[in-house]
Design a protein around this ligand. Structure first.
Ligand code: PMP
Length: 337
């Protein structure tokens, strides 16, 4: 029997657990992690996929079976693919060619059509992934271009779900929230919620070294972006949807510190997060250890570490990137020599 109700998997998005870190030095503070890795698609972006698609449905922008188009290198695509599949929409994604093969395979398994384009070209180039996606949407009748960097339903997902969940789970006592910025949806939605619910709650930006955002928050200006290996956060521009006015402190975290923090989280607490989780945890630990008063601090496990087994959790890759010291091969040399 087929019952034509809302697919049950969509009910598993959100209401993620909040747990306390107990085996890392958090100074005078208590540090809590919200496990966004527990969403059915494995990341914080499932919320945004659901919110943006259901808002488009309410606004009459999506007819049954219509085509959804987005440009994304990561978790937003997986969130959209999960929701589009469950609701019977076609999904076309444009991804830059540096994206991990596992993610493309997972997107295809979920039924998405994936166009791989060049990652070495910038805005204005016909093969730039955002422009490519906009062209596909314009050329497909009835298509809906999601455009997460300009879509108000992206921060709304966090203002209406992530924020209230944290507020309830901390029993209305949270002194600081440590957040990263990719599109800025999480930070914007949370600062807007807490501005009303708890204006004294401080927001702390965790930014990969090389991104322009931490500098922009401190000085109001920014220079040339560098490069960084952490995925999903850090930008070379301020996304239109991002409202950074609520941020009090910003930390720039080098890749080596982010990756070490992610690995330490798995070793000490048994929690398997991705590389951006390492950046957030590293910034949260720095913040906690700098405090002189006890504070209650919340940060996120943004996505599951299984997506990064060939990188963060692969010693050979880490050594090749210069993120782990080379081992000495004394024994081997003895044998050869
Ligand atoms: N962490 C990961 C792994 C992500 O994929 C993203 C989204 N790009 C973020 C954090 C940041 O989320 P937001 O887009 O809401 O700023």
């Amino acid at each position: 029997m087929i019952r034509n109700t809302r697919p049950a998997v969509l009910g598993l998005i959100g209401n993620t657990p909040l747990i306390e870190i107990t085996r890392l030095d958090t100074g005078p503070c208590r540090l809590f992690l919200k496990l966004e890795s527990q969403n059915p698609g494995g990341s914080i972006k499932d919320r945004v996929g659901l919110w943006m698609i259901e808002a488009a449905e309410r606004q009459g922008k999506l007819a049954p079976g219509a085509t959804i188009v987005e440009a994304t290198a990561g978790n937003t695509g997986l969130g959209l693919a999960l929701v589009a599949r469950a609701k019977g929409y076609r999904l076309v994604l444009v991804v830059p060619d540096k994206m991990a093969a596992e993610k493309v395979l997972q997107l295809k398994a979920l039924g998405a059509t994936v166009h791989v384009t060049r990652s070495d070209v910038g805005k204005g180039h016909p093969e730039y992934y955002q422009d490519y996606a906009a062209r596909i949407a314009a050329g497909t009748p009835g298509a809906y271009f999601v455009d997460q960097f300009n879509n108000p339903s992206n921060p709304a997902a966090h203002e209406e779900s992530t924020g209230p969940e944290i507020w309830a789970q901390t029993a209305h006592a949270v002194d600081a929230i440590v957040c990263g910025v990719g599109s800025g949806g999480t930070l914007t939605g949370l600062t807007h919620f807490f501005r009303r619910a708890s204006p004294s709650t401080e927001f702390v930006l965790a930014d990969p070294k090389g991104s322009i955002l931490a500098d922009y928050i401190r000085t109001g200006t920014y220079g040339e972006a560098g490069s960084w290996a952490v995925e999903g956060i850090g930008e070379d521009f301020v996304p239109p949807i991002a409202d950074l006015t609520g941020v009090k402190h910003a930390y720039e975290i080098p890749d080596a510190e982010s990756f070490a923090a992610a690995r330490e989280l798995l070793r000490s607490e048994g929690i398997h997060g991705g590389s951006s989780t390492g950046t957030l945890l590293a910034a949260a630990l720095r913040y906690c250890r700098e405090q002189t008063e006890p504070k209650r601090v919340v940060t996120f496990v943004c996505d599951t570490g299984t997506r990064y087994l060939s990188k963060v959790y692969n010693d050979n890759w880490m050594r090749d990137q210069g993120l782990l010291p080379r081992e000495s091969f004394g024994d081997l040399r003895d044998l050869i020599g």
